[in-house]
Design a protein. Sequence first.
Length: 85
Amino acid sequence: MKSMTIHGIDKQLENLIKSKAKEEGLSINKTIKKLLETSLGVKPQPSRKNLDEFKEFRGVWSSEDLKVFEEKTAGIRSVDKEDWR
């Protein structure tokens, strides 16, 4: 497999790559390869073929929906200290 060298990586980019590698538990080399594959579209994206099966469960709430939800769940947002004695 071919190796490539990238010159002139600034400190900020270096830190971001190292942080990403640590976060994902990968080597810096694997992290850079993964970032390149993703950005260049080399790896196929997950299939979304069954998205319509869940149409009723996805969507955006209207302001009214949110208001009703918040009103009906207001009681669960506070802790009753008597329950914890």
